[in-house]
Design a protein around this ligand. Structure first.
Ligand code: SF4
Ligand code: SF4
Length: 118
């Protein structure tokens, strides 16, 4: 039987795994961005992160990305909810901001992680 600490760790790992899967790899967060008056996001596709392989949209330093690139930031629940720097079709934005509109569905998704740990 798992100790409580192990269970929490497993749930956290499962959550992290599910969280990473929300990214559909469009690469849009890996370009320079700016905001036009009024606050709309503009992605400068002429200025990719130096670690982005543009054709595949793959990060060449993914595992070590936060050390390799000081501009690279982890996408948290907070940024998924409020960051203006993520495009509206980002997988995190769609899922998390959509979950606000469908809270019951979101809770079911969290519970399904817990059930899979039993
Ligand atoms: S380091 Fe970060 S911003 Fe740069 S390509 Fe990798 S994931 Fe994208
Ligand atoms: S914009 Fe969102 S979905 Fe696209 S690569 Fe970045 S994190 Fe993933």
């Amino acid at each position: 039987m798992l100790s409580e600490e192990m269970s929490v760790k497993k749930i956290a790992e499962a959550w992290n795994e599910k969280w990473e899967l929300l990214c559909h790899g469009c690469g849009k967060c890996c370009y320079e961005k700016h905001f036009i008056p009024g606050g709309s996001l503009v992605i400068d596709y002429d200025k990719p992160c130096r670690f982005l392989e543009e054709e595949s949209k793959r990060c060449t330093v993914y595992v070590n990305r936060f050390n390799a690139c000081k501009e690279c930031q982890k996408i948290t629940l907070w940024t998924a909810l409020f960051s203006r720097a993520l495009p509206p079709d980002c997988g995190y934005v769609v899922k998390v901001r959509g979950a606000i509109k469908h809270p019951v569905k979101n809770i079911k998704s969290i519970l399904s992680i817990r059930r899979s740990q039993r």
